[in-house]
Design a protein around this ligand. Structure first.
Ligand SMILES: NC(=O)c1ccc[n+]([C@@H]2O[C@H](COP(=O)([O-])OP(=O)(O)OC[C@H]3O[C@@H](n4cnc5c(N)ncnc54)[C@H](OP(=O)(O)O)[C@@H]3O)[C@@H](O)[C@H]2O)c1
Length: 315
């Protein structure tokens, strides 16, 4: 068995699967953390064959369910000594207006994309501490550019169904807010884990070609848009290579608490000043700066407290 072990959530398709192939090809022990074992078994077989590495293990986890995450982590700890790399790649993305609750009665997008990853990270602290170079990576998105509009904020008051019948709801907006929350969570986790030498970063993904299966998961009216987007997006393997570089290369050995763009450059907070239209457009289109909202300490602490409260985990 390769002495370095990587856990990749959502490794059965898209970027996660491409990353599993890349890590396995380089001899890593790969844990595919997936919710649908039947579909994922086919992917596992393909990854083992393509990478010529039998150390590709499939383990069940539904990232929207705290019970399932606890069970995954218990099984992982019983079976494997340590975790070197944890890649939070799985995410719920869709459109529509239906407010859905997770098994723990939390808005589904946030449960899957934010609170689930928080809990998994917290529960895997001991195996991560056993690594001499532990790295955690979150899959971010350039969708956070909506926060360049200073009226955009995370709506913390409706994450447990408080206004599910009385307030308009957009799944797309929740996805956008969840990716901003992940950026704030990355900053906070990097601070918390600094003493343990665990590095925590987030990659800003501007797009990656989606497979037919991925496109079929979203609303039918959005599928043609996704197909057109696909013409311009890089292959999933390109982003997977970014995962690999951030989690393995010497260049990122000491990097923690950073948002990294698809050219593997570290992004900076946008200047806190009013800009002209041209500069605003440049900010939105470019990938050098992120919205200043992510630097809001109050929001970061609010998110942190909520993560601990909802998952009932002290950290
Ligand atoms: N592709 C892009 O253009 C793009 C752009 C920006 C950011 N990203 C981010 O990149 C990451 C990978 O996306 P992708 O494009 O590769 O999409 P994808 O092919 O749809 O992959 C998403 C993965 O997440 C899994 N997943 C979803 N909900 C889950 C749950 N509750 N429990 C466990 N696994 C779950 C899916 O499993 P199932 O197969 O069972 O559904 C799938 O394996 C995501 O975090 C996404 O937000 C992608």
């Amino acid at each position: 068995m390769h002495e370095r072990c990587v856990i990749i959530t959502g490794a059965n398709s898209g970027i996660g699967k491409a990353a599993a192939i890349q890590f396995a090809s380089k001899g890593y022990t790969v844990i595919m953390a997936c919710r649908n074992l039947e579909i994922s078994k086919t992917a596992q077989t393909e990854i083992i064959k393509t990478a010529n590495n039998r150390n590709v293990h499939l383990m069940e986890v539904d990232m929207s369910s705290f019970h399932s995450i606890r069970s995954f982590c218990t099984h992982f700890i019983n079976k494997f000594e340590k975790a070197d790399i944890l890649i939070h790649n799985a995410a719920y993305f869709n459109h529509g207006e239906k407010y859905q609750l997770s098994p723990d009665q939390i808005e589904l997008t946030f449960a899957t994309n934010v609170f689930g990853p928080f809990l998994m990270t917290a529960l895997l602290l001991d195996p991560l501490k056993k690594s001499d170079d532990a790295r955690i990576l979150f899959a971010g998105s350039n969708i956070i550019k909506h926060f360049f509009n200073e009226k955009t904020e995370i709506h913390f008051d409706n994450l447990q169904g408080e206004y599910k019948d009385s307030r308009s709801h957009r799944v797309y907006k929740m996805y956008c807010q969840s990716k901003m929350a992940l950026l704030l969570l990355t900053f906070k986790l990097a601070e918390e884990y600094q003493e343990d030498g665990i590095k925590v970063n987030i990659l800003q993904i501007n797009g990656a070609k989606m497979s037919k299966q991925t496109i079929n998961k979203v609303k039918p009216w959005w599928r043609p848009i996704a197909m057109v987007q696909n013409l311009f997006f890089p292959p999933a393997a390109y982003i997977a290579n970014n995962y690999y570089e951030i989690c393995t290369s010497d260049e990122f050995l000491q990097t923690s608490g950073k948002l990294i763009n698809d050219k593997l450059e570290i992004m900076q907070p946008a200047p806190n000043e009013k800009l002209g239209l041209y500069k605003q457009l440049k900010q939105i289109i470019g990938s050098t700066v992120y919205p200043i909202y992510a630097e809001n300490l109050e929001v970061k602490e609010q998110l942190w407290e909520l993560c601990k409260k909802l998952t009932d985990h002290k950290l």
